[in-house]
Design a protein. Structure first.
Length: 480
């Protein structure tokens, strides 16, 4: 059977999968890119809010842990990811709506008698809980669909970082500070001469629209994820794109329970119709095998854990030190191209899927080399290599692009490999758990290095450094 051109229904399912996938981490990704504007608008924690977010996100890993425990205790054959996806996508949507109205409501904590962004912190925790839990519930649900849709899902996950980044750039977050006169006054120098003095201050370029509009956009994206999941789970036309093995399992379960005969006939027809499609998708694998060995599984999960530790925690924690020292524009380019590399890498996996362990290892090594360069530039901040040259800016942006693209390529390829295994549902649940374990370990390692050592020194350009504070009246007299 030829599949040279996707049908209208397949295109529709791809669109739903993209919407579903982008909801996985769009909440926390959006919070990260919105932080500079929130700090400039006077959030009480100021730059310390970033360290709070790291802790909050890791505490939210209780979500995947609870899912794993409840899933283990659930009756055999009961698939918990469906109801859980309903819950977390609904909670994510509601939380984004509340952010529109309450992000700037602050309260004083009795613990330290300091003003804190309590509501914002609670909402961030809920979004982190949603995003972390989606790592172990979204991929197993995708196992219901044919294998070619898994890569579209990973592209959707990549869009969860790219879309809010592009919106934040349009918004004007983190505009370059300029020097303006705060106030002027007269003063006398040591010789008694009158001087005119100016107090200079920094002024940041205002955003094109406020956080309320940004969070409104985020609410729409989360709502689209919820609607897409409902369609993928219930539309009869979409069920024709389910994997034959899943339909067979449903038919057997329905038969054992004395289920509806018409539903069983429908699933049998769908299974027969789609069997050729599944065989053809499998034929694109570079090295088709019955199953991977235990040693290969262990190696793949180790690579997956390290890649997640680097791309989710270690590297993002030092990006401001690495790229920020080359200037704000370079920092924005590094962040944007890093996010663009995510869906681009997944798209490459979709076009040329492979089960080659050698390929996974090679790309992982390339990403590690690029990540090491990012780490070196962060360690040498505020005076990184080639700081004032165009080549230095190009190299650091390229390093962030390659590190992000390689690690996301590794994640997507490993997900594809596990999806093609006979016991793919269990393996994909393990895939999500390893994602979270890797991120947790990465945060544990990098947090004390950034906050409790002097290894990383931020680069704060002072646009007022060349402005004279005071000028004598004689200097102000214009010659005739």
């Amino acid at each position: 059977m030829s599949t040279s051109k996707p049908t209208t229904m397949q295109v529709f399912v791809i669109f739903l999968v993209l919407l579903f996938g982008q909801g996985s981490w769009i909440g926390i990704n959006s919070i990260w890119v919105e932080l500079p504007l929130l700090v400039s608008l006077g959030i009480p924690e100021q730059f310390e809010i970033a360290s709070w977010l790291v802790i909050i996100i890791q505490v939210a890993n209780i979500g995947p842990l609870l899912f794993a425990v409840i899933n283990y205790m659930a009756p055999k054959g009961y698939q918990l990811e469906g109801p859980t996806n309903y819950l977390i996508s609904a909670v994510g949507t509601a939380t984004c709506v509340f952010l529109i109205f309450y992000w700037d409501v602050f309260t004083i904590w009795k613990l330290d008698n300091q003003l804190h962004s309590t509501y914002f912190t609670i909402f961030v925790f809920l979004l982190a809980l949603v995003d972390c839990t989606s790592n172990v519930t979204f991929p197993p649900f995708m196992a219901r669909l044919k294998s070619q849709y898994m890569n579209w899902f990973f592209i959707g996950m990549g869009l969860s970082g790219m879309i809010p980044s592009l919106v934040a750039i349009i918004q004007g977050v983190g505009g370059a500070p300029v020097c303006v006169a705060n106030y002027t006054y007269n003063d006398y120098d040591d010789s008694g001469e009158l001087r005119q003095c100016t107090s200079w201050t920094h002024e940041t370029k205002p955003a094109r629209f406020g956080p309320e509009v940004f969070f409104s956009f985020l609410s729409v994206m989360m709502l689209s994820c919820f609607v897409a999941f409902v369609c993928l789970n219930h539309l009869p036309s979409v069920r024709r794109e389910y994997a034959p093995e899943y339909l067979n399992q449903q038919r057997e379960a329905s038969s054992d329970a004395g289920g509806n005969q018409r539903q069983r006939q429908y699933e049998m027809v769908s299974s027969k119709k789609d069997e050729d499609d599944e065989i053809e998708v499998s034929s694109v694998l570079s090295q088709p095998r019955q199953s991977s060995s235990i040693l290969e599984f262990v190696a793949l999960f180790v690579i997956l854990g390290v890649a997640n530790a680097l791309v989710n925690c270690v590297l993002p924690s030092i990006q401001s030190y690495s790229a920020g020292a080359y200037g704000l524009n370079v920092y924005l380019l590094a962040a944007t191209f890093g996010n663009i590399a995510n869906p681009l890498a997944c798209f490459v996996v979709m076009l040329k899927p492979s089960r080659s362990f050698v390929l996974v290892s090679t790309i992982f090594a390339l990403g590690t080399v690029a990540g090491i360069y990012c780490f070196v530039t962060a360690l040498t901040s505020p005076l990184p290599p080639l700081q004032d040259s165009v080549m230095g800016s190009i190299l650091v942006v390229l390093a962030w692009f390659l590190s992000s693209g390689c690690f996301h390529f590794v994640r997507a390829t490993i997900g594809w490999i596990l999806r093609m295994e006979p016991n793919n549902r269990v393996l994909l649940i393990c895939y999500g758990i390893i994602n979270q374990i890797g991120s947790l370990l990465g945060a544990i390692v990098i947090f004390p290095l950034v906050h409790y050592t002097d290894w990383f020194v931020p680069y704060y350009p002072d646009p007022c450094s060349h402005m004279p504070p005071c000028v004598s009246n004689s200097d102000l007299v214009m010659p005739l």
